[in-house]
Design a protein around this ligand. Structure first.
Ligand code: FA5
Length: 338
């Protein structure tokens, strides 16, 4: 204390001894507040003679500066301590890498389609494509389905105002492939198809098929059976119980359906396989001679097999998705692989 004034050292020590922000605020009010010590000291200057006033005023300002410096120094220290404590408590790790937005994953349809394409291109097939909006010739006529044939009803067809057809199956691409390529032909054609269907766990109005077509000499049902069985085994990662049933499709003769044992119930029968223990997966057959002829190929020289896999159902079986609607409604979550 000099001339009745507190020393700068004493003020600095007092500020430095404040244990927390609350005590430091009390220190600030005591020295620098409106009713604090510095204000009170300033008020004592009034009665002094001018020469004394200047000298004492400077001394009081030094007290004020000491209080401000002590306050700011201690506040910076306490702020640092609080940050350190927060870091240690793990609230903020400023060194951690920024949290990125989760990346999306490929849709199971895309993943499996890539596998199918890999499998078939490895066997010498090419990928062919065709328009989703078809004409009647490619969707029906050239496939041996005459205009008045009841088989047209099977495919629950949508029509546009101009009588174009959102294709009901990928078999239309068979025709385009045979019209534009020379045998031997080996193509697969994945794509979206459309049907005016009542939607349930295994039926959608817009779903995917993968068509396969092979045209060569001496092609038999044995080639088709082996191709389909190998495909199912490859895609499911194991051998599953399969069965072939005779089936009618106007564009093949003979026609067949490959059913695969239902992975959801192990073949016992459930709501997904509608109690049958099997899911109808891949229809096919030997390309009908009339279809070969409608594409300009001599049926006495060339034979072929064709199939049209219900690809969404294949995806469902592979990933254990028990409702086809999950593939399209954005609620596809935990995907389990059978
Ligand atoms: C056809 O579409 C024929 N074009 C398949 C074909 C090709 C036969 C070549 C012979 C030779 P189908 O209507 O059965 O056939 O459909 C083929 C597959 O698509 C079915 O086995 C089934 O797995 C699937 N499928 C049929 N309708 C639906 C639907 N509404 N929703 C989901 N998948 C379906």
């Amino acid at each position: 204390m000099q001339s009745g004034l507190p020393s700068a050292d004493a003020i600095r020590d007092e500020g430095a001894a404040c244990p927390d922000h609350a005590a430091l605020e009390e220190f600030r009010l005591k020295w620098l507040g409106k009713k604090g010590e510095v204000t009170a000291l300033m008020k004592t200057l009034g009665p002094l003679a001018p020469e004394l006033r200047a000298e004492r005023g400077a001394a009081i300002n030094a007290v004020k500066d000491a209080a401000v410096t002590a306050f700011e120094a201690r506040r910076a220290e306490l702020d640092r301590q609080a940050e350190d404590a927060a870091l240690q408590a793990g609230w903020v790790d400023v060194t951690a890498p920024a949290r990125g937005r989760p990346l999306g994953k490929l849709h199971p349809i895309t993943v499996l389609l890539e596998e199918v394409i890999d499998h078939f291109t490895g066997l010498g097939f090419e990928v062919a494509s065709g328009p989703e909006i078809e004409d009647e010739f490619h969707n029906f006529d050239a496939l041996n389905i005459p205009k008045d044939h009841p088989a047209r009803d099977v495919w629950d067809t949508f029509y546009t105002d101009r009588r174009e057809i959102p294709r009901t199956h990928t078999s239309s691409v068979q025709i385009r492939a045979m019209q534009t390529r020379k045998p031997p032909i080996r193509v697969i054609s994945p794509g979206r198809v459309f049907r005016n269907e009542t939607i349930d766990a295994t039926h959608h109005a817009s779903f995917n098929q993968v068509e396969g077509l092979l045209v060569d000499r001496h092609v038999t049902v044995a080639h088709l059976k082996h191709t389909l069985e190998t495909l199912v085994q490859k895609l499911m990662g194991r051998k599953l119980e399969t069965r072939f049933r005779p089936a009618f499709y106007p564009f093949v003769e003979p026609g067949l359906d490959l059913d695969v044992q239902c992975v959801f119930c192990g073949g016992v029968g459930c709501s997904i396989c509608k109690g049958s223990g099997y899911i109808e997966l891949i229809p096919g057959g030997l390309v009908h001679p009339k279809v070969l002829a409608s594409c300009g190929l001599d049926p006495d020289e060339w034979q072929g097999f064709a199939f049209g896999m219900g690809f969404d159902r294949m995806v469902m079986m592979r990933y254990g998705i028990d409702d086809i609607r999950r593939l399209y409604d954005g609620r596809l979550q935990l995907v389990r692989q059978f």
